[in-house]
Design a protein around this ligand. Sequence first.
Ligand code: SF4
Length: 359
Amino acid sequence: MRPAELTSRRKSRQLFIGSVPVGGGAPIAVQSMAKTNTRDVSSTVAQIHLLQREGCEIVRVAVPDRNAAKKLGEIKKEISIPMIADIHFDHRLALEALEQGVDGLRLNPGNIGSRERIAQVAREAQQRKVPIRIGVNSGSLEKKLLKEYGHPSPDALVDSALHHVRLLEDQGFDLIKISLKASDPLATIAAYQKIAPLTDYPLHIGITEAGPLFAGGIKSAVGLGILLYQGIGDTIRVSLTADPTLEVKAAYHILKALGLRRRGVEIISCPLCGRSEVNLIPVVREVEERLSGWSEPLHVAVMGCSVNGPGEAREADVGIAAGKGTSLLFRKGKVIREVKEEEMVTALISEAELILKNQ
Ligand code: SF4
């Protein structure tokens, strides 16, 4: 059987956030946002380092006031991934962020006041080749559009985004990325589907305020998965009320499930049933935890019996088919030895690490 094929990716023009290419066929970049107080440089830097380690490729920080804006340069010096300043309403914060050397702005030009202010920000961003993401959000749609459409419908989100795009284009600025986020996955999908053929600017996709880890992760996987399957999306963020490193993990799981990125250890494990002779739940948890530091791709199978176990274990780079007392250890399709139940985890992990080290 042939695997399902993704619709070819929407053609978008390419821009760069720092050194990371976005759009134009570049790999879909994983973003997250620091949840620390931006004025607190050391905790923000520490969190960004954790995000970097998890594979975050672009980080966004909130810039609520001038004190926060003034710290951006210090933060930037300590990190090695591009940083985007998230700004609302105050064009002076955008100018300060540019001065501090940020790699991108997230700002809706219609919200920063006069044409003159927009022109000033566009001019400064253009000079530094710093892209601006127009980030339309169902929770903060313009009053005028809410009145016109009655609620933040997909059409209203698209209208809002195109309005902001025009304001920048009127200034000759075109280093633009767009996002249209709603907390409802179906509304988000509809909005992105509508805007996709109307512009070739890269699209940043996400389900906003998706919720807590489990529910929010699933909601994001459904919403973003459908969009990515249709070829829509150049950068991705999973928004969770959780530790931001989990946002990055979730984003990679979504991208890996669609074959769009490969990163880290992928565990194939059986759900267990009446046939299993070993409780694999703690085993899988331990294997996942102990191999979580690797960014190199590897398939690891952890199976509960000798019915489906050997088949899956054989397909993986390394695998175990667990049985009462003894288990079979597989490497690249071949049984390499039998191991005792109590040695199963250590044997599997050592074998996995051996492959990872030699990749
Ligand atoms: S691999 Fe074996 S134990 Fe696991 S679900 Fe399948 S039949 Fe049950």
